[in-house]
Design a protein around this ligand. Sequence first.
Ligand code: HEM
Length: 458
Amino acid sequence: MPGPKGLPFIGQALDLFKNANNPNAYFTELANQYGDFVKIKLLNNKMVILSDPKAVRELARGEEGRLTLHASRHYKLEKGMIRVTMDYFNHENWNDIRQVLNIPLKPQYFNEVILPQLTELNNELLKSFVNTLKFDENSKQYYFADPMYDIMSQFAFSAVIKVFLGVKVTEKELIEKLGFTVRQYIKDAVDTTDLILKLQYQPGLYKYGYKTKDYKDFEELSDISFGRGFKLVDLLSDRYDGKIPRLKELVEERAKMAGFLSEATTTVLSAFMIGGVDVTARMMTTLLYRIAHEKEWAQKLYEETAQVFGEPTADELTMDSVIPVRNSRLLTKDTILGAYKLEKGTQVLFLDVPSVQSKYVPRGIEFLPERHIKGSEISEPKDYLGPFGTGARKCPGERVATNEIYFALIALVRHFKLTHSNGNEFPPFSVEKSMYYMDPTKYRVFFTPRDHLLPYFK
Ligand code: HEM
C-alpha cells in the first residue's frame, strides 16, 4: 500500500507530532499525495487513511472495533467507576452500556421527549442572542465576541441538560450553586479529552503504578469534571416538575435492566454532557458563518420557515462538504479491503474531506444544499457515513444534536440577517485547533436584527 517512508521504528510519529494541533490537514496532504489508501505507522500502531467512500462503507458495515481510551479505562477501573463504551476493549462486552447510551436514539422518544423539551428552550436561545450581542461603534454592527463560547456552547449545554434532566439551567445558577461556568465546564472537559488522546500515544506507565505529570493532570481534571456532573444531577433533580417526560428515567430504567448500579445514569449523563456540548457548539458556530456567507440560501430559508414555521426544508447537517469529518475503526480481525489485506489491530481512519473526495462528489467543494434533494444529479454517494458515523457505535446524540441545530437555524434566520468580515471568501477553519473552529478574533460574524426585533436593541 502506498504511503510515506517513515523512520524504521517510529514511522510517521514525528510528523504527526508536528501536526498534532491539526492532524486533519496532515492526513489530507497524505491522501492528496498517495491516494485513497495510505499506510502510515505511529510507533507500534499501524494506521490506514481511507478516502474511498465505497471502501469506507464496506469496512464500516462489517467492523465495529474502536480505539479503546486506555487512560480513561485505567482511571475508571482504579476508581471503581462505571465505564462507557470507549473505555472497553473490543473483545469485552461494551454492548450492555451502549444499549443505555442508545436511549436518545429511540424513535419514540423523539416526539415524546426530545422535541417537547427542546421546544421549551427556543425562547431562551433568542433571549440569549438579544442579551449577549455586543454593538461595535465603528462598524455599527452587532456581533458576539466569541460566538462558540458566548452563545453556542451555552445553548448546547442547556439542550443536553433539558432533554436529560427536564430543567432549564442558567449560568447564574451554575456559578452560585456549583461554582463553575459553562465555559469552564467545557474547557476542562475538552482539556481532559486532549490529555486522554495525548496519553494514548505515550507508554502507559500508569498501569505499573508510575503516574506521569500528564496522567496526574488528566486524573485531576477528570475528578473535577465527573464531580461537577454528579453535583449537577443532584442539584437539578429536585427542580424537575414532571410535566414533560425526560430521558433520565428512561436511561435509569434501561441501566437497571442491564444490571448496572444506579450511578450508571450519572456516568452516562456525564458522557452525554462531555460528548454533546463541544462538538455541537463547533458545528453551530460554523453554521453561523455559513448563513452569513450564503446570503441567497439564507433568504430562501427565511422565506420557507416563514411559510412553514418549524419545518425547515434545507438539511444543514448533511452538508458535510463544509466540515471535514473523521471517523475510524480498529480492526478486530485481518480484513481484505479492495486490493489490500489489512492486519488485525490496524487503525483505519475514514477521511471525509471535500478537496480529496471531489472525484466522488460532483462539484464537491461547492456549498450546494440542492444536492440533498432526492434524485439530485449532484448528490453524494450513498456510501458516505455522514457526520454521526454508522453502526452499533454511531453517535447516540444524533437526534438531540440535529434538532438543536434546526432550532438554532430557525431562530437565527427568522430574527437576524448575518454577514461576516471575510468579504467574498468563506472564512477558513483555524489551523491551531484539531477540530473545526473559526477564530472569532480573525473572522467576525455580524448580526442585523430583523425589523420586529429592533425595539429590543434600542
Ligand atoms: C453535530 C453534533 C455532533 C456530531 C457531529 C457528533 C459526532 C459523533 C461521532 C462521529 C461519534 C463517533 C461515532 C463512531 O465511532 O461511529 C460520536 C460519538 C458520541 N457522541 Fe456525538 N456528535 C454530535 C453531538 C452529540 C450530542 C449532542 C451528544 C449527546 C447528547 C453526543 C454524544 C456522543 C457520545 C456519548 C458518543 C460516544 C458513543 C460511544 O462511544 O458509544 N454527540 N459523536
